[in-house]
Write a protein that binds this ligand. Structure first.
Ligand SMILES: *Cc1c(COP(=O)(O)O)cnc(C)c1O
Length: 426
């Protein structure tokens, strides 16, 4: 009998062969540390610090605080930067919503900054333009700058930090997708005042759900930990001098994280290998352009997801039917409740050949996804100021993400590329 082909997903969690995850989780139960702190949390934090501090030409000394989610890490980083209600924060527009939503949790306002073509990340020129213009329009400088390592690609951190320093604005690196990506041999998340990591189920490593904040020093880390544990003052009873949050990572999740640290390096190597394979196999497929990192050895992306663009004149099988039906689930669908919509289209969406390719690939049991829709095009941010050259909107229309996780084999990549050829050649 023919074996049925398994679905190839974008990036699935993958446990260590030795199942260290289970051992450390069992340890949490055996030692009765089933709480949001404990020995697994402490050790996972130390493992993470050892990983991010390793650098070509001399190690650094950042501290890491484990939290319940990457989104919580963004939230607390903004608090650590002193962001308050009414303040403005500069956020890369081309990102997942977790980069900007925490700005609004604080009653502050995101101001979106466009991307440049090479990295798809925050354009330093637009950043400086935005800083000057906000100062002129509001009388104040924004309180923080949030660049995002989109799909793992390093941002132009030297230029961004130079501008940030010039105006005295702290940088919060959203390296949720860029765990283990490096710039000039240094791990992303260690350049700014804070660096965000995520261990959600689909990220480079997982704790089922979780995140961490990389901090400059022990004082900053203690402050973040204080806010993450309901901001309690040192009295024999509950005394609070600030509003805190319940954002600490659970000792059970940290057990999974400790196990995952043993596969982190091999996961990163695998993602890079998959990118190389796509590069090789897509080389001669005209109209499909793999997104590569700048040819400059400063850049060392983890290629969390491999991405590509489809020329708008490429004809894809089934294109005439794209967007004809209202979709019942959302992208990333399995998790959570999705609001039903009454239209199959919006005023800013991927080209119909990209949508047709998604549907075609799904019929072949391959998950591909549009790239993130820019935040300044989201209805929820329709009133937010934006400084852009339109590059991220252009990429959104033609871009898509390809499977790249540890469960994607060489044969899978060959199959995926064959399916793409079938979709555009017939
Ligand atoms: C995943 C992600 C986050 C948030 O991480 P969670 O752990 O899912 O809360 C933040 N920013 C970006 C760019 C992400 O992709």
């Amino acid at each position: 009998m023919l074996e049925e082909r398994k679905m190839i997903y974008l990036c699935l969690a993958h446990m260590s062969e030795e199942a260290w995850e289970q051992k450390y989780v069992k340890e949490a139960f055996d030692t009765n540390w089933v709480v949001p702190m404990g020995p697994n949390v402490n050790t996972f934090e130390q493992n993470l610090a050892d990983f991010v501090n390793k650098r070509d030409g001399g190690d650094i000394e950042r501290k890491v605080v484990c939290l319940s989610a990457g989104t919580a890490a963004v939230h607390l980083a903004l608090i650590g930067c002193g962001v308050k209600a009414g303040d403005e924060v500069l956020v890369q527009s081309f990102t997942f919503c977790a980069s900007s939503h925490p700005v609004t949790y604080l009653g502050a306002k995101p101001v979106f900054v466009g991307s440049e073509k090479e990295t798809w990340n925050m354009d330093p020129k637009l950043l400086e333009m935005a800083i000057k213009d906000r100062k002129e329009k509001t009388g104040n400088y924004p309180k923080a700058i949030v660049p995002v390592a989109l799909y793992g690609m390093p941002y132009r951190i030297d230029e961004i930090c130079e501008i940030a320093d010039k105006y005295g604005i702290p940088v919060v690196e959203d390296a949720a997708e860029g765990m283990g990506s490096r710039y000039k041999g240094q791990v992303l998340g260690t350049f700014g005042k804070y660096g965000v990591l995520s261990f959600n189920g689909n990220k480079m490593i997982t704790t089922s759900g979780g995140g961490a904040l990389i901090c400059r020093n022990a004082d900053d880390a203690n402050e973040i930990m204080w806010y993450a544990t309901q901001a309690r003052d040192a009295y024999p009873y509950y005394q609070h001098s600030a509003v805190g949050y319940n954002y600490r990572m659970s000792n059970v999740c940290a057990g999974i994280g400790r196990g995952q640290m043993t596969v982190l390096e091999s996961h990163i190597a695998h993602h890079k290998h998959v990118q190389e394979l796509y590069m090789e196999l897509l080389k001669d497929v005209s109209g499909v352009n793999l997104h590569c990192q700048p040819e400059d050895d400063k850049y060392d992306s983890n290629f969390w997801l491999c991405t590509a663009t489809l020329d708008s004149d490429v004809k894809v099988v089934g294109q005439e039917n794209a967007y004809k039906k209202i979709v019942k689930s959302a992208v990333g669908g399995a998790a959570g409740v999705i609001h039903a919509v009454d239209s199959a289209v919006t005023d800013c969406q991927p080209n119909s050949n990209v949508e047709a390719l998604r549907v075609f690939m799904l019929s072949k049991k391959v998950e591909i996804r549009p790239v993130w829709k820019p935040m300044h095009k989201q209805p929820v941010y329709k009133d937010a100021p934006v400084y852009t050259n339109g590059i991220e909107e252009d990429i959104f229309k033609v871009g898509f993400c390809l499977p790249a996780g540890p469960c994607v084999s060489d044969d899978d990549v060959k199959y995926i590329v064959d399916c793409i050829k079938e979709a555009i050649e017939s």
